[in-house]
Design a protein around this ligand. Structure first.
Ligand SMILES: Cc1cc2nc3c(=O)[nH]c(=O)nc-3n(C[C@H](O)[C@H](O)[C@H](O)COP(=O)(O)OP(=O)(O)OC[C@H]3O[C@@H](n4cnc5c(N)ncnc54)[C@H](O)[C@@H]3O)c2cc1C
Length: 321
């Protein structure tokens, strides 16, 4: 069975690797981060836990619903009773934060963390065509198949830095995929917040679009923390500004929900790629290369957590076909 190298241990990559491992494939997954999950991200600050990437996810497809059912049964995910409308879909969250879902998925999987891939090479591998990934650490990894599930703009940088002919990869399709940036503030409080139950506020005036109370959400039982998201326009304009100054501007919009005197500390995270604005219509893209090269993730198909999962599932099927 041909070996597979996968770049990106977000939900999309973890889905591929789980599917392929079940079918007996040898898969190595590389990620530049310290922990698995990518944008399924949870941070510890003081005694609190803060989801600073994905806030919740919904499940529309039977495939993802089946996976979510397993997460619920295993006690990895739960339901956050947020109802935006009468027919709003259920909002699912990680019981101990979003990153717990990624950690659960990464069990028994060969993930190499702290490996930022900076260049790709075509090679002869196991008597056929294959790929070599060269990491910033100096480590190299080789396999017959290569699957990439990192955001499309980062793929383009990687391809341009590598010795891969543009005509073999549909660069135009990758260039069309667009992401919005998002500046996120994580604040720890010494008192309950004034965010109404069940812990969500959606200010209608720019620049804040989302405020969540991680205590009410159930992921931070020991201390109240809140997650604040800025809208795309504000995030774009202020992306390179001093993060703490930008964070203070956002906090200043919310004094009724989060009184300044109650804030113990805050941190700011800048996501250059948060939600997709334009996606490739198919769940993945296959390059016209002698050795198998697939691109997937939330930039393909239906987007968000569910779309990234479905992209991973489709890539796994394509490899094992
Ligand atoms: C602030 C924010 C809020 C969001 N809210 C929601 C929400 O409420 N609901 C929802 O459904 N979705 C939400 N999303 C979107 C959701 O998080 C993503 O759609 C989904 O997690 C994407 O998964 P992925 O596997 O495609 O990519 P990612 O999770 O981005 O995984 C890609 C991985 O690739 C790694 N990587 C990148 N470059 C390299 C490299 N060169 N070498 C090695 N590794 C590399 C990264 O470290 C990362 O772990 C939100 C995202 C953000 C940022």
């Amino acid at each position: 069975m041909p070996s597979t190298l996968l770049i990106g241990a977000g939900i999309s990559g973890l889905t591929v690797v789980r599917e392929l491992t079940k079918k007996g494939h040898t898969v190595t997954i590389l990620d530049k981060g310290r922990g698995v999950g990518g944008r399924l991200a949870t941070r510890r600050i003081d005694r609190s836990r803060v989801d600073h990437g994905t806030q919740y996810f919904t499940a529309q497809s039977p495939e993802f619903q089946a996976f979510v059912e397993t997460l619920l049964l295993e006690g990895i995910a739960g339901i956050w009773p947020v109802t935006d409308s009468v027919d709003a879909p259920l909002h699912y969250v990680g019981d101990n934060g979003m990153s717990a879902i990624a950690k659960y998925m990464a069990q028994l999987v060969n993930v190499k963390m702290g490996e930022r891939v900076i260049r790709l090479e075509k090679i002869t591998h196991e008597g056929g065509n294959g790929w070599r990934a060269i990491c910033e650490s100096g480590n190299t990894f080789e396999a017959s198949n290569l699957l990439i599930t990192i955001p499309a703009p980062q793929v383009l940088t990687l391809l341009r830095d590598s010795n891969i002919g543009a005509d073999e990869v549909d660069m135009a399709a990758l260039e069309a995929i667009r992401y919005a940036p998002c500046i996120v503030v994580m604040a720890v409080l010494n008192k309950p917040s004034h965010i109404p139950s069940p812990g969500v506020a959606r200010p209608t005036q720019s620049p804040v679009v989302w405020v969540a109370d991680n205590y009410q959400k159930g992921i931070s039982p020991n201390q109240t923390s809140v997650t604040i998201q800025a809208d795309a326009a504000f995030s774009q304009t202020h992306f390179e500004d001093d993060p703490m100054t930008v964070g203070q501007i956002l906090l200043d919009q919310l004094t009724d929900l989060i009184p300044p005197a109650d804030i113990l500390t805050y941190q700011v995270h800048r996501w250059r790629y948060s939600l997709t604005e334009v996606r490739h219509p198919e769940p993945f893209l296959k390059a016209n290369t002698p050795a198998l090269l697939l691109f997937g993730g939330d930039g393909f198909g239906s987007g968000n957590v569910e779309g990234a999962f479905l992209s991973g599932l489709a890539m796994g099927e394509a490899v094992s076909r």
